[in-house]
Design a protein around this ligand. Structure first.
Ligand SMILES: [Zn+2]
Ligand SMILES: [Zn+2]
Length: 392
């Protein structure tokens, strides 16, 4: 796909839903689910109707055969490479598969499978050239660093007996990518109960800007950084929903006040007003929300996010009882490369070394080691470890 179209599609939201009154939704949906239960829907017959047991055995027998599944993978790769017209990839794939194809030709099982696939009458079964418009290579946001749903500490749970707690809202947070401010990328996805607050949503959102170490100042000069092991508390935040700015309420003058001040100074024409409540006193059920509408969030000075509601639904008997907000997805952090060799991810941030082109300068282990001792005479060189990331 054309990269410009691809980025535009990834950075657009909508179409938006109507405004949803969560309290009304909760009572109506609960009443409806009770009446559905009363109908005693024959679940067994629905399960039978939707069953795929008839094709399961033939599918698994193909996937369990190393030769057949290898043949399918390889022919799929070739089809995708030719769709995208990526000649180098195609040439490589062709070269590699030339030997294998000869081998496959001789195999009776592979021949039979190919004949079966070729005889499928469904016209959309084979990849058409138009499909190239809708396929693309995987990008960072397609990978999830979580291997299971991540729950929160139970003390973050709101009272779970009210009707609001039966409504679950799925939020996705997006951020602006470093290299172009008009391009957005998905950073995390969470499920909250409607009885939880905007503050709970902010607290659960991971963000790399929360990992910047705090500066230690002496006479207005940076002399060091506080030791942190990865994440530390955020220093404040504002969320704007329906023209109302919900501040953190941490200080007398919070992020919402600062935003309003900034809009006044810059003579902005936007009609944003400060909300009466802070984000920690604002349950989601008290806000009029819309699906697929980006809500703006600002924290850590200039780190912006767009929060979008993907889904609003009733809690199901198979949903977790406690541990909300849940985290379903977290994008891998994109690691900065070493500024010296530009090949491997940096692990150190060097501040104030005159031998380097920038301060701070990000370096990998071997590059920093090969530089030897710093030569500064009057200035102290600070060497800070960068945060480490792992799969959950
Ligand atoms: Zn952020
Ligand atoms: Zn390096």
């Amino acid at each position: 796909m054309n990269q410009r179209i691809e980025y535009a599609l990834a950075s657009e939201f909508g179409p938006s839903s109507e405004i949803i009154d969560l309290k009304k939704f909760a009572s109506e949906a609960t009443a409806l689910s009770h009446s559905v239960q009363n109908l005693q829907v024959d679940q067994v017959s629905i399960a039978q109707e939707c069953s795929v047991a008839d094709i399961q055995s033939s599918l698994t027998s193909v996937w369990n055969s190393p030769m057949l599944s290898a043949y399918l993978y390889r022919s799929h790769d070739i089809a995708i490479a030719s769709l995208h017209g990526s000649t180098s990839r195609l040439a490589k794939t062709r070269k590699r598969s030339a030997v294998a194809s000869e081998l496959y030709k001789e195999l009776e099982d592979v021949q039979r499978l190919r004949a079966n696939l070729d005889s499928i009458p469904l016209a959309s079964w084979k990849l058409m050239s138009d499909a190239a418009l809708f396929t693309r290579p995987p990008r960072n946001a397609d990978y999830n660093t979580l291997t299971a749903i991540k729950t929160s500490d139970t003390d973050m749970d709101a009272p779970s007996d009210g009707i609001d707690s039966q409504v679950l809202i799925t939020f996705t947070s997006h951020f602006k990518v470093q290299w172009r401010s008009s391009v957005l990328s998905k950073s995390s996805q969470h499920i909250l109960m409607a009885s939880q607050t905007l503050g709970d949503l902010f607290e659960v959102m991971p963000c790399v800007s929360n990992e910047c170490p705090e500066e230690l100042l002496e006479h207005g000069k940076v002399v060091g950084y506080k030791e942190t092991n990865g994440m530390h508390g955020s220093s404040g935040c504002v969320i704007v929903i329906n023209g109302l700015a919900y501040g953190d309420g941490l200080n007398e003058e919070d992020y919402a006040d600062k935003l309003i001040q900034h809009l006044k100074i810059t003579k902005s024409t936007s009609a944003i007003k400060k909300a009466r409540t802070t984000m920690h006193d604002t349950p989601l059920s008290s806000v009029s929300l819309q699906i697929n509408v980006p809500y703006w969030l600002l924290h850590q000075g200039n780190c912006e996010h767009f929060i979008v509601i993907d889904q609003i639904r009733l809690k199901h008997s198979k949903d977790p009882v406690t541990g909300y907000p849940l985290t379903l997805y977290q994008a891998p952090a994109s690691l900065d490369l070493c500024q010296a060799c530009t090949r491997i991810p940096a692990v150190w941030s060097i501040v104030g070394d005159v031998r380097l082109e920038a301060s701070p300068c990000l370096l990998c282990g071997p590059c920093w080691q090969s530089m030897g001792e710093p030569t500064n005479e009057d200035e102290e060189v600070l060497v800070l470890p960068l945060p480490k990331y792992k799969l959950w």
